[in-house]
Ligand binder design. Sequence first.
Ligand SMILES: C[S@@+](CC[C@H](N)C(=O)[O-])C[C@H]1O[C@@H](n2cnc3c(N)ncnc32)[C@H](O)[C@@H]1O
Length: 189
Amino acid sequence: MAEHVCPWWMGHLLANRLRRLVQNPYKILGPYVREGATVLDVGPGMGFFSLPLADMVGSKGRVVALDIQPKMLEGLRCRAEKAGLADRIDYRLVDGDGQNLADLAGRIDFALSFYMVHEVPDIPGFMAGIHKLMAPGGTWLVSEPKFHVSQEDFDQTIAMAARTRFKVAARPNLGFSHTALFRPLSKAE
Ligand SMILES: C[S@@+](CC[C@H](N)C(=O)[O-])C[C@H]1O[C@@H](n2cnc3c(N)ncnc32)[C@H](O)[C@@H]1O
């Protein structure tokens, strides 16, 4: 685990309802998430975005939540149970190197990495793993906090994504954040 990984107790703070006043998950994710979709929340913490995602995909959709910290996934499951959404979420404890995800290859319609890429030690390796999971035409929203990540560092993240065969499809303007929406290039592109 990288030294600067968000401590588990921060999961409670990040999932606080007041955060919706500045980051409304439905407004942020609504343009990209369809009912019945299979979506990935990478680094969900305690699920500030996973629960709205589970709501948006509906009973025929699925949210795969990948985290490296068991306590984050426990907190997420507890919150999902209270919200009646637990069955739509697939909770997976991962070691960050993309193993045990073979069953998801080419199946992800939308992926989210919100405030977590800067915690990943091997970002190119991580991006290559996400690329394998994306369905044709799928999109990946990456957002990083301006209070931890400089513009220069985010530019480097975008450059790494380009080298991993992602192209920038949009640059949504989200408060306090550097954000890019990526689309994986196909083999023909
Ligand atoms: C700052 S929190 C953000 C949580 C959530 N996305 C949000 O915006 O509220 C970062 C989360 O990413 C997780 N994480 C860090 N590196 C990861 C990796 N390589 N794979 C999956 N999760 C990771 C951490 O354990 C933590 O739960």
